[in-house]
Each structure stands twice: as structure tokens, then as C-alpha cells.
Design a protein around this ligand. Structure first.
Ligand code: OSB
Ligand code: MG
Length: 375
């Protein structure tokens, strides 16, 4: 596979409903897409960095800069036998995992298309359908949250996750459990607490939560291990797991009993497989997280979720929960019993609506060979 050019684009897509976490509210996504031209094949990648550096250090601007100046020039004009060679071509660039993942994942897509196999098969997936949960943001009122949960349960989703933070936690869980004593429920704090909140976090044990996701600092493993010893409820790490090495450290320390895998957060499919395998060896279940992706990133999440240790419903849900019109067709749909059927076509299995992408594009830049950027 020879990479003839790499095109970076920013598209803007308003969310159907705002999404609020402990670190802020998003109403419109700015999405960085990577398009590889590769011997007649066009392959796509999505960079999941946020609008600002709030979930992690990366943002769409830092990713654009690193892709344009370093990562795209490092692969432009180069040939690859396999997408697994990609990370070795990014020497010297530390971190910037979401930027790296956008290219690596596009390369996996190119390889799948070239070999005429579905991406999920190339990734070593085995599951033909994936179980879906939803992540529901902080709302303006508890009533609004309860209405949303009712609608998602009616749509068939198999696990409800609610975002939480100090002031929007136990009182909210109480209301949810009053109405639905037995649903599969979890919460995600996105690092809103510290270890000084231990007495308060112990109260979370009363609500039969499947897990508490990332209660403490975004870069912490040690204090999560201390916290896990004091709680009955399983902890799940998201932000803290940036690599398979982090996963191995977290599992060895007992910092969590469940791991959220986001392919962008760990730097691409190769590392995501490494995290998956480390957890499988330790018999710790994983599930696939989401970053409010467009259809391109969403289809990559579906492919990854087919691997066998994805044993819990993920945050990979239907296109229409996020977008009036997604940029792929068919859009991602979820059955009334809460599953996505995995497509059998080669590559990502969903067609990119290129004209729509072009209309949504607010900036675009092509890197055709090392060091040459064409606006
Ligand atoms: O922590 O899982 C998270 C969205 C943006 C940033 C961080 C997170 C999330 C979600 C949304 O929970 C999951 C989705 O895409 O629906
Ligand atoms: Mg999370």
C-alpha cells in the first residue's frame, strides 16, 4: 500500500442535543477527518480530540498541528505492508495519541479494503452483533434526565450510563433507582472527585451500579487502586488508560475491575488490541467508549467491539442520537433489543457521503509528499 496523499479536514456538526460532562457542555462538534489516497483506495480516519483540551491534553487544534507538521509528512509517499507498521513511522512524537490514531485507523481501513475483508475481521473480531448502551449527559433538571432514560430504555438500549459530578450524583441515582430498581446502570465522573471524597463516594455503593467510571484524576492509577479497595462497586478506568502498559499497571495494582477502551485515547487500533489482550489475559472485561463520533469513528468503534473480550455493552449507539444526518450510509442503527448488526462488506462497511462531507468542511489541507503541504 502506497500512501499518495493525506487530506486533513475539519467538519462542523451540531449535536441533536447538547452533551454535558463534569468538564463542560458541547453543542456542536468540530471533527477532524483524515482521508488517505492509497493506490485507488480512499480510506478515512476520525480524530476524536475535543474542541478544547478538557477530556485530555489534545484538542482539534493540537491534532491538526501534529498531523500537518509531523505525522502526515512521516507517511506521505511511503509504502506499507500492513497498518501495524504505522506507529513505528512516528518516531520522536510523544503523546498526541488521538492524532496518531486518526492516521493509523485510516490505514487499517485501507488494508481491509485492499485485502477485500471487513475491517472487523482484520482486527481479529469474532462477534457478529454488538451490545449497545448509552451515555447520558448532565441535564438541566432531574426530570429531563428521567425522560431521557425512559426514551433510551424504550429504544432497547442495554445499559444506561449517566454522567455525574459533585451535586449531580447520589440524589440523581436515588431518583433513577426509585423508578427503575433493576436496570443496568453505571455512572461516569470524568475525574470530578478526589480521594478526599472517599466518604461521599462510599455512598455510591447503595445504588447497585455496574461500575463507577473514572472518579479520580485523569492521569491517576494509584489512588484509584486505594479507592477500589474501599468500595464494593467496580471501578472502570477511561482517561487513565493510555496504553497496554497502563492497563497492565492498573490491573496489577487493582485500580479497576473493568476497562473502557477508546481507540483514539490509546493511539490507534494496534494499541487498542494490546489493551484488549492485556485485559483478556487478566480476565477483566472491556467495553468500547465513545467520543461523540461521526459515522466514520463510530464504524471503527463497531469493528473494534467485535473482539471477544468486549463483554459489556459499549457507548456505541445509533447515529440519530447525535446527528440530524450522519456522514455515512446506511447510518448506524440499533435494533429494538439493543444490538448493532456488524456489516459484512469490506473495509468499514458503511459508505461515506462525500458530497455531504465536502459541504460540512470548513478547512482542508492536503499533504502529498514529505514536507509539502498544499492548501
Ligand atoms: O468519558 O466517556 C466519556 C464523550 C466525550 C468525552 C468523554 C466521554 C464521552 C461520553 C460519550 O461518555 C459517549 C458517546 O459517544 O456517546
Ligand atoms: Mg468516560
Amino acid at each position: 500500500m502506497k500512501i499518495e496523499s493525506i487530506t486533513l479536514r475539519e467538519i462542523r456538526m451540531p449535536l441533536v442535543h447538547f452533551f454535558e460532562t463534569s468538564f463542560g457542555r458541547t453543542t456542536e462538534r468540530r471533527i477532524l477527518l483524515v482521508e488517505l489516497a492509497c493506490e485507488g483506495i480512499t480510506a478515512w480516519g476520525e480524530c476524536v480530540a475535543g474542541e478544547g483540551p478538557f477530556y485530555s491534553e489534545e484538542s482539534i487544534e493540537t491534532a491538526w498541528y501534529v498531523l500537518r507538521e509531523y505525522l502526515a509528512p512521516a507517511i506521505a509517499g511511503k509504502s506499507f505492508e500492513s497498518a501495524t507498521e504505522c506507529t513505528a513511522r512516528f518516531p520522536g512524537v510523544r503523546g498526541h495519541r488521538m492524532a496518531k490514531a486518526a492516521i493509523e485507523n485510516a490505514l487499517w481501513e485501507a488494508e481491509a479494503m485492499q485485502k477485500n475483508v471487513p475491517l472487523w475481521r482484520l482486527l481479529g473480531g469474532t462477534q457478529k452483533q454488538i451490545a449497545c448502551g448509552v451515555s447520558i449527559g448532565i441535564q438541566d433538571s432531574v426530570e429531563q434526565l428521567l425522560d431521557k432514560i425512559a426514551a433510551e430504555l424504550a429504544a432497547g438500549y442495554r445499559r444506561i450510563k449517566v454522567k455525574c459530578k459533585p451535586g449531580w450524583d447520589v440524589k440523581v441515582f436515588e431518583r433513577i433507582r426509585q423508578r427503575w430498581p433493576d436496570i443496568v446502570l453505571s455512572c461516569d465522573a470524568n475525574s470530578a472527585y478526589t480521594i478526599a471524597d472517599l466518604p461521599h463516594l462510599k455512598a455510591f455503593d447503595h445504588f447497585k451500579l455496574l461500575m463507577i467510571e473514572q472518579p479520580l484524576w485523569f492521569d491517576d492509577i494509584y489512588f484509584h487502586a486505594q479507592l477500589q479497595k474501599q468500595l464494593n462497586t467496580a471501578l472502570c478506568l477511561d482517561e487513565s488508560i493510555r496504553s497496554s502498559r497502563d492497563a497492565r499497571a492498573a490491573l496489577a495494582l487493582g485500580a479497576c475491575r473493568i476497562v473502557n477502551i477508546k481507540v483514539g485515547r490509546v493511539g490507534g487500533f494496534s494499541e487498542a488490541i494490546g489493551v484488549h489482550d492485556a485485559c483478556k489475559t487478566a480476565d477483566v472485561p472491556v467495553w468500547c467508549g465513545g467520543m461523540l463520533e461521526s459515522g466514520i469513528g463510530r464504524s471503527h468503534n463497531i469493528a473494534l467491539s467485535t473482539k471477544e473480550n468486549f463483554r459489556l455493552p459499549g457507548d456505541v449507539s445509533a447515529s440519530k442520537r447525535y446527528w440530524k444526518e450522519d456522514i455515512i450510509e446506511p447510518e448506524v442503527e440499533v435494533s429494538s433489543d439493543g444490538f448493532i448488526q456488524v456489516p459484512n462488506a469490506s473495509g468499514r462497511g458503511y459508505r461515506v457521503k462525500e458530497k455531504l462531507v465536502e459541504r460540512l468542511t470548513v478547512r482542508k489541507e492536503t499533504i502529498a509528499s514529505a514536507q509539502v503541504a498544499v492548501r
